[in-house]
Design a protein around this ligand. Sequence first.
Ligand SMILES: C[S@@+](CC[C@H](N)C(=O)[O-])C[C@H]1O[C@@H](n2cnc3c(N)ncnc32)[C@H](O)[C@@H]1O
Length: 219
Amino acid sequence: MFRRGKDEDGMTEPEVYFESLFPEDRELARIEESIRERGMPEISVEPAYGRLLTLLAAATGAKAALEIGALGGYSGVCLARGLRAGGTLTSLELKPEYAELARANLAAAGFADKVEMIVGNAADSLEKLEADGRKFDFFFIDADKENYPAYLEWAIRLAEPGAVIAADNTLLRGRTLNPDKQGPAVRAMREFNRRIAQDERLIGAHLPAFDGLALAMVK
Ligand SMILES: C[S@@+](CC[C@H](N)C(=O)[O-])C[C@H]1O[C@@H](n2cnc3c(N)ncnc32)[C@H](O)[C@@H]1O
């Protein structure tokens, strides 16, 4: 029998076990180091979910991916790895210094020509993308949590039929489940999670490992 407790990194025993099976990913370790060196928040997507992003992008033959929240480019590299030949990643990031590091890390990983980094508030960037008639077949939502429901609507509006949507941190380190927590991010996440489960335009699924990951396909 395994314990369901968490280790000092906040991982459960099954999470630690499966993680231990994979060889070290030097490229992604280098990106994590670059984030640490600059004193930026160490909140890149979990390695297991990064692998899942690569797998899903590859399995669906993603050609135009849109990421909301770049940080240092960790998930960007995971997404770019899964794109089909000639595919592109558009990444939205609020902070210029983070966007610069993400751009540099994606270039170092060999994806300079596949990436379009758009700096600014994602809501403005999304409006511009729609005005430009852009469409995407893969989305990764991983920015400010209060806006997850709005980002989901944007993803559906900008989606090609059959597009995949992934979104990280749906458990908010347990706050989503805690009825005493009623702040704007928590309430927004509960609404987002409900829509993934119930919106008739989507086929949705929730993965409860790590900090929670939502997946959906736009019908
Ligand atoms: C969790 S981090 C992203 C991690 C990244 N997806 C990864 O796994 O490598 C969230 C990012 O969203 C950015 N962000 C926060 N609010 C934003 C907004 N309104 N528009 C665009 N980006 C935003 C933050 O600056 C931060 O870099």
